[in-house]
Design a protein around this ligand. Structure first.
Ligand code: C5P
Length: 308
């Protein structure tokens, strides 16, 4: 069997509305996912036992062995199709998406592994069936399969493709160290309790943001970006406030923390503006590094052999 390679995008959340904490330890969400053109690549090939090898950005920070989300995805798929024998794979991950950055890099690798193993084993699962397996692996994994721009509900795993026009140019500013997603959610709960915020506040979708996305105008989208986890991420990393302020000062149309952070995402007016913004942010010394990306990007997809 020839190896299968899949390319998978990172995501930012254009809106992340966090509702009440549920009995299962997750929060009810209303979120707008947006896939961006920063990709990891995952190659799977048959092996005697399942193993994971990681190279590239933050490789040393990716958990190895059974704790790895990609390995868990391969096992979840084998279990769901009741695959016997020959279900072990060698998983090779080439990372460009930083780890614990709020960009769903681990979820992306899990989604890529699902698509790759599905192809390698010829399981014939439909996209919807694959999304069900993905939801069991992690809240953000189904979106990494789908890509584009989509509304996520529940834990974030219930998806509806969103009508969004145009291409958006972003600058992502990376932080020196990652943030733990559970810690950021717990901090959000603590800040809300301290404020005496109503416990039961429901997560709501911004109809203004959805209308702006349909218009395809980044100047309309920028001011409507919002993230309920931002205050928590900034309280854990006060330096992020400076990075966000610098982006706004340099003319970003919108500035926000991506997901649970600590990556900052800045929306630019066009490709040229994104280049200027990237140079200015680098010069300001407010982050470990920057990349320019475009959205929406397509979801996890097999790279035809010979083109990778
Ligand atoms: O689903 P996933 O394993 O990616 O979630 C990681 C952690 O993020 C969860 O254990 C939980 O603490 C937090 N989370 C949450 N509500 C969500 C999604 C994630 O509290 N909707």
């Amino acid at each position: 069997m020839t190896p299968v390679t899949v390319r998978v995008p990172a995501k930012v959340n254009l809106q992340l509305s966090v509702g009440p904490l549920r009995d299962d330890g997750y929060h009810d969400l209303m979120t707008v996912f947006h896939a961006v053109s920063l990709y990891d690549e995952v190659t799977v090939r048959p092996a005697d036992r399942t193993s994971v090898r990681v190279t590239g950005q933050d490789a040393a920070l990716v958990p190895a062995g059974r704790a790895n989300l990609a390995a868990r995805a391969a096992r979840a798929l084998a279990a769901s199709v009741r695959r016997r024998g020959r279900s072990a794979v060698q998983i090779e991950i080439r990372k460009r998406i930083p780890v614990a950055a709020g960009l769903a890099g681990g979820s992306a690798d899990a989604a890529a592994t699902l698509v790759a193993c599905n192809d390698l084993w010829g399981t014939g699962l439909s996209p919807a069936e694959l999304r069900d397996v993905a939801a069991g692996v992690g809240s953000d994994v189904p979106f990494a399969l789908l890509g584009g721009t989509a509304v996520g509900q529940g834990r974030g795993e219930r998806l509806t493709a969103a009508l969004a026009a145009g291409t958006y140019h972003w600058v992502l500013a990376f932080a020196a160290a990652g943030l733990s997603t559970p810690e950021v959610y717990a901090t959000c709960d603590r800040l809300r309790a301290a404020r005496g915020a109503a416990d039961g506040a429901e997560a709501v979708l911004s109809t203004e943001l959805m209308a702006a996305l349909r218009s395809g105008d980044p100047a309309a989208v920028g001011p409507l970006l919002s993230n309920d986890l931002q205050a928590a991420a900034v309280s854990l990393r006060p330096g992020l406030r400076r990075a966000l302020a610098a982006g706004r000062e340099f003319g970003a149309l919108g500035a926000m923390i991506s997901g649970s952070g600590p990556t900052c995402a800045f929306l630019a007016a066009n490709a040229g503006h994104a280049r200027e913004l990237a140079v200015s942010l680098t010069g300001a010394g407010v982050c470990r590094g920057v990349v320019r990306v475009k959205g929406p990007a397509t979801g996890a997809a097999v790279i035809p052999a010979g083109t990778g």
